[in-house]
Write a protein of this length. Structure first.
Length: 203
């Protein structure tokens, strides 16, 4: 084999080896890029679920905070209502503290009034009535100081909040729905009716 042919073969083999090396390098670069891209994608895939989990956790915490705020506001409103009711109950208790005692005394007042309407014709009975009148006035004055007032009835228009109609009558001397007669006196304790008047009403 001549030297020229040998050189040509050597050159061809060198070129083929060079091409093979270039192909190997190119393959390695492509493989590295592919591996890096896969790792980057895997990293993004791992990061994205973590962000989503954090967002869900934040949203859950916001919901819990809103629920806690709502519970606090409801409790505050309930406490304010309780405090207002307690204050009103205390005021009412103080305002009407003597109601039971006054209610128990009203029958005694009725008896005094009936007794003092009795006509007497001797001095001893008159003196007794005068003494009863003094006792009656003393009780009435004490009740007045506590805020007790008699309810006006005869000649007034019937009011179901103040009067209890037990009879009706047609009387030309009175207008319709006007009280003609009072059978039992009614009383107010400040602004509360503790006993309605028993009355006869004109039709």
């Amino acid at each position: 084999m001549t030297n020229e042919k040998q050189n040509t073969i050597n050159e061809e083999m060198a070129e083929q080896a060079q091409e093979a090396n270039e192909k190997v390098e190119l393959t390695e670069e492509n493989t590295a890029e592919t591996v890096f891209a896969e790792e980057e994608t895997a990293g993004e895939a791992n990061v994205e679920p973590n962000v989503q989990d954090l967002l869900k956790e934040i949203e859950g915490l916001k919901n819990k905070l809103d629920e806690a705020d709502n519970r606090y506001l409801r409790l505050q409103a309930d406490f304010d209502n309780f405090r207002r009711r307690s204050r009103l109950d205390l005021e009412a208790s103080e305002k009407y503290r003597a109601q039971k005692l006054i209610t128990d005394l009203l029958p005694a007042l009725d008896n005094f009034e009936r007794a003092m309407k009795v006509e007497v014709d001797n001095d001893q009975a008159k003196s007794l009535l005068q003494g009863m009148d003094m006792v009656y006035r003393g009780i009435a004055d004490a009740l007045k100081k506590e805020g007790v007032e008699p309810i006006e009835a005869v000649g007034k228009e019937f009011d179901p909040h103040l009067h209890q109609a037990v009879m009706q009558e047609s009387n030309e001397n009175f207008g319709p729905n006007i009280i003609i007669e009072e059978f039992q006196k009614g009383y107010l304790l400040k602004d509360r009716v503790i006993r309605a008047s028993m009355v006869k009403v004109n039709q």
